[in-house]
Design a protein around this ligand. Sequence first.
Ligand SMILES: Cc1cc2nc3c(=O)[nH]c(=O)nc-3n(C[C@H](O)[C@H](O)[C@H](O)COP(=O)(O)OP(=O)(O)OC[C@H]3O[C@@H](n4cnc5c(N)ncnc54)[C@H](O)[C@@H]3O)c2cc1C
Length: 419
Amino acid sequence: MPSGLPVVIIGGGAAGLLAAGRAGELGVPVLLLEKNKNLGRKLLLTGKGRCNVTNNGDLDTFIDNYHGKGRFLYRAFHRFFNHDLNALLQKYGIELKVERGGRVFPVSDQAADVVKALLRYVRQSKVEIKTEENVLAILVKEGRVKGVQTSQGIRRCQAVIVATGGKSYAATGSTGDGYKWAAELGHTVITPRPALVPLNIPDSWVKELQGLALKNVEVALLQGEKVLGKEFGEMLFTHFGVSGPVILTLSHLVVEKGAQQGLSLLINLKPALDEKKLEQRLQRDFQKYQRRQLQNALDDLLPQRLIPIVIELSAVSATKFVHQITKEERRNLVQTLRGLSMTVSGPRSLAEAIITAGGVSLREVEAGTMESKLIKGLYFAGEVLDLDGVTGGFNLQAAFSTGYLAGENAAQVVLGHIN
Ligand SMILES: Cc1cc2nc3c(=O)[nH]c(=O)nc-3n(C[C@H](O)[C@H](O)[C@H](O)COP(=O)(O)OP(=O)(O)OC[C@H]3O[C@@H](n4cnc5c(N)ncnc54)[C@H](O)[C@@H]3O)c2cc1C
């Protein structure tokens, strides 16, 4: 490591690794402190272990995908965007591929490969890494960062980058420490709350479907009769309710509504067919299976486990022979297939959220450098900031980009180019 007081980076996740790599690359001493035994623990969980590293959308698409706060990221993306990430990962041995919705994954489908590549980057950048070192406080004198207090003692430094992540999936190390320090140092911290979070559904039939995944469905979130949002794609039934990409995307509207009641989900199981076409389709199936009971006549249309539920919710007898089914009963079936309705009792807890919404207020952070507007030499990067994106690689790219920008600018403090 080069000599002199270092840039200290707190947290070896997506943002911290990029910050460390970039600062080290510029030739300044860098000390990366991580309380876990290993770096990148949360990264290993991402994309169900495949790591959806980024999205191949353009800049405007990105800016639109952070619930109105994307403009803050313009300068970070300008400095380090998805193609830069691609080039960096490629340099360290990772080839990427694009999937549905522009989601970008490593060709190997292994999040561990992404972590390995980022470790190569920080090592090549001569970053000193200390794991199992828990940072307890940031030391500030006369409005300027002087060091950090850790489980091992005091470490003096010229700049600190807080890359401690959010407050969800705490077992990965993100326990909200950065929020606490930021608040102690006078920053406004927008109350952390769950984002991209599964939903609790009290209806008992939902639990019977635990483990069932539905593809190509359209899910609408309603408050009373009013449609608050609508998404198309994949969802999953769980022991407590529903999850999966479509549900996670809609969840921010549920969180926004707080304790308000009257929320429900309406699932259109056959969104490619309008009402008339779906009725014709049912008629064709009933013609084909005219000697069967209804419970044995829907195999072409629905997953097995869904059949008894749809029949029950349509209030038609499961044992009725299909040639006896009345027009009205057929209509009921069509209605259910196009609007499987369930009550939403609320989001799951922050602990189970993919992302923590809220965090260090963007108003008090320079968008062009990631430096605190209140304390010299203090930088923030990644999920600790009041930013949360939709699914599809947007959250990791925000962490990588803000980390890179913070690393680059914190290095300038040491190089004496600023301040
Ligand atoms: C299950 C799951 C799947 C996900 N999948 C995706 C995906 O496919 N694509 C996507 O874009 N996003 C995904 N995300 C979100 C993404 O993982 C986060 O946005 C990203 O990891 C945030 O990076 P970060 O560096 O800010 O924080 P983290 O990755 O949380 O890193 C923070 C680090 O700081 C360390 N730390 C905290 N406090 C201290 C302390 N006091 N002292 C020392 N070290 C400390 C922690 O141990 C941790 O290693 C997923 C999240 C989850 C939970």
